[in-house]
Every structure is written in structure tokens, then in C-alpha cells.
Design a protein around this ligand. Sequence first.
Ligand SMILES: [Fe+2]
Length: 361
Amino acid sequence: MLYDFRSFVNPGYYAFGKGSFNHLGELIDRRKENDKSWTVFMVDDFFKGKELEERLPKTDKDLVIWIDTTDEPKTSLVNKYRDEILEYRDILPSVVVGIGGGTTMDYAKATGLMVTNPGDSADYQGLDLIKNKGIYTICVPTISGTGAEVSMTAVLSGPEKKLGIKCDYTIPDEVVFDPELLATVPADQRFYTGMDCYIHNVESLNGTWINSLGRAFAEKSSELCVEVFSDTDTPRIESDEKMMVASLLGGNSVTYSQVGVCHALSYGLSHVLGIHHGVGNCIVFEKLEEYYPEGVKEFKKMQEIQKVEIPQGVVAGCTDEQLDLMVETSWALEHMWNNAFGPDWKNHISKEKIRELLLRM
Ligand SMILES: [Fe+2]
């Protein structure tokens, strides 16, 4: 046995297909207990003033929190949103809806939990530290690839570490997959986030924790990613729909196995430089031929077809202290190294090697 036994939970309900978002109000109403029940909408502020804002099924009791996604999710902001919700009405909301990408969905997942768990969200960064079930959470992805809509973790940067709040309760209760919501995503963001999914698959398939279940999810997800980013003739709505499925399956592939070298390094990079997860993974992954030769080759092919630039030299201006913190953040992600190399992972990677790899970025 390479890792502790665990029986994994998935979201309880999926709504899938074009136009699903039109039914969000019905899904919320199903969770209301009485006429005092209310809803929190946490929405990527990209949609402020856009058509989607008009389409939110909100009543005058509900609260809308606009999420600035410039930075990766922070424990301090989770605490702030939680306080705002607790002060808003004298009863707890029945539903928290997260509408956006990985950042917004992770805020919704973490905030929904912190409404019913006292204290600082930084104290819950880790595995199974949450005590109480959170508010019923519905995730609505508007960009696909992170797998946040199906994952049991809400990744947060705290004062000390970048680490997820990870437990069964972090899984959203319901997901609405409507590919029409992906229409406005710019090409480079679409690629970076799509490649996060592709990399989940490469890392789980090449890891030591993989089993037949994780493999089945990862292989199909990978096939869909390659179709989406290699074929430029398919109408966008069709490839967006495929990418939604790829993200769901890729998220599950890492649930049933684990990520690896690229994610461990990119967590270090984002924690120190605030680089977004998707692009951070791309920056790292293209330099990892030595660990994932086939994956990197295919990645570069897709990148060429999509004509997307990957930022270079991002570590060049870092101080020694910043580099040290990057190395320590990466090194601390034992489960990722363990999946990548096995229980004797310390024989395969060292802090010096991590530093050397980071200096290539
Ligand atoms: Fe990821």
C-alpha cells in the first residue's frame, strides 16, 4: 500500500449541458428550508456589469460577493468573506454558489466551510482538519481545467504556506456545467487552465499512486484535452463542452491518485510570486522533459497549434530569500513527491535539485 486507505466522495449532483445555467434558480430553491432562506453568490468580478450578472437568480434577500481573481485565493480573504456573510443576516444562508474559475470556486468552497467552522481558515490548511459540514455549495465553472469543481481541496495561500483545506466536506454538493459560460474566456487563459488539466493527467498517469480507476479518468481526460487543443476546426462551443468533461475527469484522476513534480514546483512559484496556478504549471511543465518526456512533447505541440506564449525568466529577479521560500514550499508537498517517485522520494529529489529546476523557469 503506497498511501493511506480512503473512500473518496464526489459531488452529489451534476447538471450538464448548454443552457443548464438557466436552471440554477430551481436548484437553489430545492435547498431552501423556508421563506427566510437566502443565498450567497460568489462571482468572478469579470462578470460584473455583464449579461451573466443579469441572469443571476437572486432575490432581494441574497448577497452577491464579487471576487477579484488577480491573486490566488488567500486565507485572509476567506475569513473576510465569512465575516461578511455572518453579519449579513441573523440566520445562515442555505446555499453558497461559486461562479467562476478555480479561484472563485475555491473561495466558495472554503467560505462555505468557514461559515460553520470557527476561527482562522489558515488553521484548517491540511488534511481532515475541518470539524463541521459547511453550507450547501453549488459550483458553476466559467473556465475549465482546474478540476476545482470536483476536487476535495480548496487551495489557499496563508501567512505561512500554500496548502489546501482538504477533506470530504470540501467537495461541492452540486455542479452546473454549462459550456455556454466559457464563451468569453481569452485564448491564452483557456490554454493555461486547460493545460492544468492535461498536467493533472500526465502526473497521475506517471505517478506511483495510480490505479485502474485513476488511469481510466486520466486517459480519457487526456484524450479530450489533446482533441480540444489540437483541433482548431471544431466550433468553440463543442470544444468547450469537451473541455468541461476533461476537467471533471482530470480532477477525478488526481483525487484517485495525486499530482507530481510540476504541481510541487508550481506551488512554490505561485506562493512566492503570486503567479496563477494554470500559467504557473505551464511555466514549470515545459522545463520538465527529464521527468515527463512524452507529456512535455505533446504539450509543446498543442502550444504551437494554439500559438500561446509561456512566460520565461520569471525566477530571474528573485532574491535568495524568495528562492529559499520557493524551495521550502515545494519540498513540503511530500504527498506530491511521494506520488512522483515513491516512498523513497528523498533519494530522487533534493532541495538543491528543486532550486536548480526553479532557476530554469
Ligand atoms: Fe492543478
